[in-house]
Design a protein. Structure first.
Length: 357
């Protein structure tokens, strides 16, 4: 029997557009012989809309206008009602599995995963805990530290503390970390709100900039790094892909270098020694298991160009997922095609759901 899958895309986060690209690509490639696919978009304001139509209109944003505004999306279990989409003409599409293709806050941070838990429905990717830990750069770094995974030096500050005493906050950071520093909102992705600070004035500006996106900010020691990424896949039995490298088109891999300026390069496989590859893969699996990940994640590393030291940077529990994104590209190079990867993730979602029962 064909399973009914709902792809959920868009969302309130700064990574809305990235999600549209990932979702339209998944919609395009998912095995339609095996699955009936329904698409639900979340507008930038946070409204959920059922959309039936082409993937081009998901990508270009026209789906908002074209959505079926009368359809009701039922995710909260109520007496006698199933999880699904009811149309005004009386048709009801029951949903068996959800594929949330959402990046950043509200989509990748455990909040929507909590809703799916309440709905009691299988969903692709990490659960509540691993999603929220993966999204929060401060908490995640504390856990990595406890696990003995090596990472750059960091400090953090809340808006309340920073505004109360700017000088104290700066002194504390400068005492522990050397310039240049990278300043980031604790909960975001796609480099939104991130800046590099080379001196005190830039540091204050950078913290204020990051505070526009979150009330907690992390400050890291900046290193002269090669950027290495590895994809992991699995629930209990986790595999790591071939390792890739990013050559950013700019001074660092900011939003523009990621999505606008096409001259950033992905090298697959990364031209690095076998022993480093092995270390990075082991660290990626360890990090994924350490946050209780399931399904998928892309784990990102820095290799210090001067010392060749390996540092874990972050774990992304719903990485960019267009057919040319790093996550699926690394699996493709490791022998799993895009279409089969989607299928595998759906199977893992169902297995996880059964296991939790
Ligand atoms: P995001 O979750 O938004 O991708 P990252 O922590 O990966 O945030 O930072 C985005 C980019 O900023 C990285 O890919 C890298 O280019 C640069 N960067 C971040 N932290 C550091 C650091 N400590 N040293 C050097 N470069 C960094
Ligand atoms: Mg990230
Ligand atoms: Mg990153």
């Amino acid at each position: 029997m064909k399973k009914n899958i709902a792809i959920i895309f868009g969302g309130k986060s700064g990574e809305h557009e990235v999600s549209l690209s990932s979702a339209s690509s998944i919609y395009n490639h998912i095995d339609k012989e095996k699955y009936n696919v329904y698409t639900i978009g979340i507008t930038k304001e946070g409204n959920w809309l059922y959309y039936e139509g082409s993937c081009e209109n998901i990508k270009n944003g026209k789906w908002v206008e074209l959505a079926n505004k009368d359809a009701k999306i039922n995710l909260i279990p109520t007496q006698g009602e199933k999880i699904g989409i009811s149309l005004s003409n009386g048709v009801f599409h029951e949903i068996d599995i959800i594929f949330p293709v959402l990046h950043g806050p509200y989509g990748e941070d455990g909040s929507i995963q909590g809703l799916f838990e309440i709905s009691n429905i299988p969903y692709v990717g990490c659960g509540v805990l691993s999603s929220s830990v993966g999204m929060d750069k401060i908490i995640c770094k504390k856990i990595f530290k406890e696990m003995g995974l090596s990472q750059v030096k960091f400090e953090y500050v809340t808006r309340y503390e920073f505004v109360k005493n700017v000088q104290d906050s700066i002194n504390n950071i400068e005492r522990n970390i050397n310039y240049p520093m990278f300043v980031k909102p604790a909960n975001l992705g796609s480099s939104v709100g991130i800046s590099k600070a080379k001196n005190k004035d830039e540091l204050i500006l950078a913290i204020n900039e990051a505070l526009r996106y979150d009330y907690r900010v992390i400050i890291e020691e900046g290193i002269n790094a090669r950027e290495i990424e590895v994809s992991v896949l699995g629930n209990e039995d986790v595999s790591a892909s071939i390792v890739g490298e990013i050559i950013p088109a700019k001074e660092f891999y900011d939003y523009e270098a990621k999505y606008i300026n096409a001259s950033s390069k992905l090298l697959i496989p990364a031209p690095i020694d076998d022993d480093i590859i092995k270390k990075v893969q082991d660290m990626a699996i360890k990090a994924f298991k350490g946050i209780d990940g399931c399904g998928l994640a892309r784990v990102d590393f820095f290799i210090d160009k001067d010392t060749t030291e390996i540092y874990i940077n972050e774990i992304n529990t719903m990485p960019g997922f267009t057919n040319i994104s790093m996550y699926p590209k690394l699996w493709e190079a490791s022998g799993i095609e895009y279409k089969d990867l989607i299928d595998k993730l759906i199977t893992l979602a169902v297995e996880k759901f059964e296991q939790k029962k």
